[in-house]
Design a protein around this ligand. Structure first.
Ligand code: ZN
Length: 213
């Protein structure tokens, strides 16, 4: 994808997420790899509702800022995924989306596997979603916690904060994030009710058939 097209695609997806209430105020950030091994990143303090493709932060392949506005302060989260997952990470999406944040705070949530096995799609797109502890904004330990996963997870939820999802392409990262939020919404809707979840065998078959991390 040309850089011009990638810039437009980042802003289009951000606007779509904003318009559907998945991002509010100036929360959320997106990064994506450019063809030359650099990165485009949404700027600090910017709203997903009105990003300017020309002002996205541009890094070269050595991680040096070479253009655009200052990047999101949550850049260490993004860098941690790129550094530990290699070519499996072509984009990273982070939101403060309602249901994922809610799920991170419920006492019954399994912090090693936060999404109950309701549908095959969340398992196929996200694998097991880890809940990481709460970190104060700007704490570098946030990125360190992702590095400690050693590239084994493509999706995490920062407790009392929000989800971070990575995938090989921007499109698949956004769709996986949407799947995470929808599954979290199901979990909240069905909380404290008796539910017919997928069985352990059905989950195992999915993991085998789709070669899931
Ligand atoms: Zn955040």
């Amino acid at each position: 994808m040309t850089e011009t097209r990638l810039r437009e695609t980042i802003c289009d997806f951000a606007r779509s997420l904003y318009d559907r209430g998945l991002a509010h105020g100036s929360t959320g950030n997106i990064s994506a790899r450019t063809d030359d091994g650099g990165l485009l990143v949404t700027p600090t303090g910017s709203s997903f509702g009105r990003l300017d493709p020309a002002r996205l932060s541009r890094f070269d392949q050595n991680g040096t800022l070479i253009g655009g506005d200052r990047p999101t302060k949550e850049m260490p989260l993004h860098a941690a995924f790129y550094d530990t997952r290699g070519t499996r990470s072509g984009a990273v999406v982070h939101l403060h989306s309602h249901h994922a944040v809610a799920l991170s705070m419920l006492p019954e949530t399994d912090h090693d596997d936060a999404l109950p096995p309701y549908t095959p799609y969340s398992i196929m797109q996200l694998g097991r979603v880890k809940v990481l502890p709460y970190f104060q904004p700007g704490d570098p330990a946030m990125g360190e916690a992702v590095r400690e996963l050693d590239g084994q997870r493509s999706a995490v939820i920062l407790a009392n904060h929000g989800p971070v999802v990575t995938a090989a392409t921007l499109e698949s990262a956004v769709y996986a994030m949407e799947e995470l939020e929808e599954t979290a919404r199901l979990a909240i809707t069905l909380s404290n009710r008796s539910v017919n979840k997928l069985s352990a065998d059905q989950v195992r078959n999915l993991i085998k058939a789709f070669d899931i991390d």
